[in-house]
Design a binder for this molecule. Structure first.
Ligand SMILES: NC(=O)C1=CN([C@@H]2O[C@H](COP(=O)(O)OP(=O)(O)OC[C@H]3O[C@@H](n4cnc5c(N)ncnc54)[C@H](OP(=O)(O)O)[C@@H]3O)[C@@H](O)[C@H]2O)C=CC1
Ligand SMILES: N[C@@H](CC=O)C(=O)O
Length: 429
């Protein structure tokens, strides 16, 4: 039987996992697709860095074009990352009739529609399951499993690095810097971890999930983003004492064909299943009009979990190849997207203020909330342990983002407020 030949771009954390799974499970994989699968060529930046993996050095190259232009290669597996140059590689591979698997959310969030259009034109497949939530087959689930339903809400812990950091800070009181370093050593973080900790990686994934879930074209710029770099142990302890866990949550909702998507550190009730998703694990909660609530859980990053999704895509492509049905576009965004305005986006908020410890302050503050029509669920005033100010901890009822932002703006110039210490979204469902 003629082998299916694979060209691999990248042999880092994920690429190494791909080689291990293709080699280690060869018998099972080839029996599923009816032919052997060989890793024909592998592009890396530096050949000297390739260790701990059984690969013939003759198959290594430092020139990705050599892999793309090899006429014998049927499928390109892109696990090297990057955007502009990588887009060129993938478009050229498709131009040459090669099918593509990628784990690259940076690329798919920005150029997914152009890449999928080229794939359709050339009757090729582009699969990207590993680009969101590592080992969880959430893309297939949204495209196939929920094709009959209308999805109204998606909430996701979709970044393993930040969930690892927040879990360790919450459970072990570990320091942000130490845990970030650990996450990098374990291969969870991006080459530049800023995109993890500042929420950009999660925003890219939420743009992909929003596009597929709401069947529209969500741009990265449609997603509002805040990362975890300013979350302190103190904030996490406040959340815990109030019955919440702090998570970097992507939240996407669709109502009357208006959507909103955000990524931000969020206090989520301890009894919600997302609150117990810890470490490198990810979870995606999907609420469909007909199906109701569902949730998908698994490792969101790391060598073998991510490679599992990549190799599953490879198998799907080879099966399609054998059936001669490649190039069926994964999704046709058919709805014109409208974004909810800040007056329509509603949620609860937590706010921690450092204020002057004197009579009448609490009344002044609650008056501002009343003026902007933000109703309060709880207010606690207590002395501050480390300075002469008092602390006021407030949780609001659901209020529009626009109103709440006006309150914050007013507080910036209110004399009795020394500092707006922390502000977080609160999810009670
Ligand atoms: N790590 C994870 O858990 C997950 C990663 N992903 C995505 O998978 C992709 C790969 O991630 P990961 O394996 O962690 O990354 P790594 O940094 O571990 O590996 C990247 C690999 O690509 C090679 N490479 C990078 N640029 C070039 C280039 N211009 N030419 C040739 N080779 C190049 C590197 O070579 P060299 O080592 O010589 O520099 C290395 O072998 C990224 O898109 C990432 O976002 C998705 C889900 C999870
Ligand atoms: N850096 C990412 C890797 C997977 O996408 C993460 O931490 O989730």
């Amino acid at each position: 039987m003629k082998p299916v030949k694979v060209g691999l771009l990248g042999l880092g954390t994920v690429g190494t996992g791909v080689v291990r799974i293709v080699q280690g499970n060869q018998e099972d994989l080839s029996s599923q697709v009816g032919s052997p699968i060989t890793i024909e060529k592998v592009a890396v930046r530096s050949v000297d860095k390739v260790r701990n993996i059984d690969i013939d050095p003759a198959r290594l190259t430092t020139d990705p074009w050599e892999v793309i232009r090899d006429p014998d290669i049927d499928v390109i597996v892109e696990v090297m990352g990057g955007i502009d140059l990588t887009r060129e590689y993938i478009l050229e591979a498709l131009e040459r009739g090669k099918h593509v698997v990628t784990a690259n959310k940076d690329l798919m969030a920005l150029h997914g529609s152009a890449i999928l259009a080229k794939a359709q034109e050339k009757q090729c497949d582009v699969f990207y399951e590993a680009s969101v939530a590592g080992g969880i087959p959430i893309i297939r689930t949204l495209i196939e499993g929920f094709s009959s339903d209308r999805i109204v809400k998606i909430m996701g812990i979709v970044n393993g690095t930040t969930n690892y950091i927040l879990s360790k800070m919450s459970q072990e009181g570990a320091s942000y810097e130490d845990v970030l370093k650990e996450a990098q050593e374990l291969g969870y973080a991006e080459s530049d971890p800023t995109s993890d900790v500042e929420g950009l990686d999660a925003a890219r994934k939420m743009a992909i999930l929003g596009t597929l879930g709401f069947r529209t074209n969500v741009e990265l710029s449609d997603v509002t983003v805040q990362g975890i770099s300013s979350v302190t142990k103190e904030d996490i302890n406040y959340a815990k004492n109030l019955g919440y866990e702090m998570k970097l949550l992507g939240i996407a909702t669709s109502q009357n064909d208006h959507i909103t998507i955000s990524v931000q550190p969020t206090m989520i009730r301890k009894n919600h299943p997302l609150a117990s998703v810890n470490g490198v694990f990810n979870a995606v909660y999907v609420h469909g009009e007909s199906v109701g609530e569902t949730m998908f859980y698994g490792a969101g990053a790391g060598e073998l979990p991510t490679a599992t999704s990549v190799v599953a895509d490879l198998i799907a492509i080879i099966k399609n190849l054998k059936l001669g049905v490649n190039g069926l576009k994964a999704i046709v965004p058919y709805k014109q997207k409208k974004l909810q305005s800040d007056d329509q986006v509603m949620y609860k908020n937590f706010i921690l203020l450092h204020v002057d410890d004197k009579a009448g302050v609490l009344a002044q503050i609650t008056q501002v909330f009343a003026e902007y029509n933000v109703s309060l669920a709880s207010v606690v005033q207590q002395p501050n342990a480390t300075n002469p100010d008092a602390e006021i901890v407030i949780i609001t009822h659901r209020a529009s983002k626009a109103s709440f932002d006006r309150v914050l703006q007013y507080f910036e110039n209110l004399d009795v407020i020394q500092r707006i210490k922390s502000v977080y979204r609160v999810e009670d469902i």
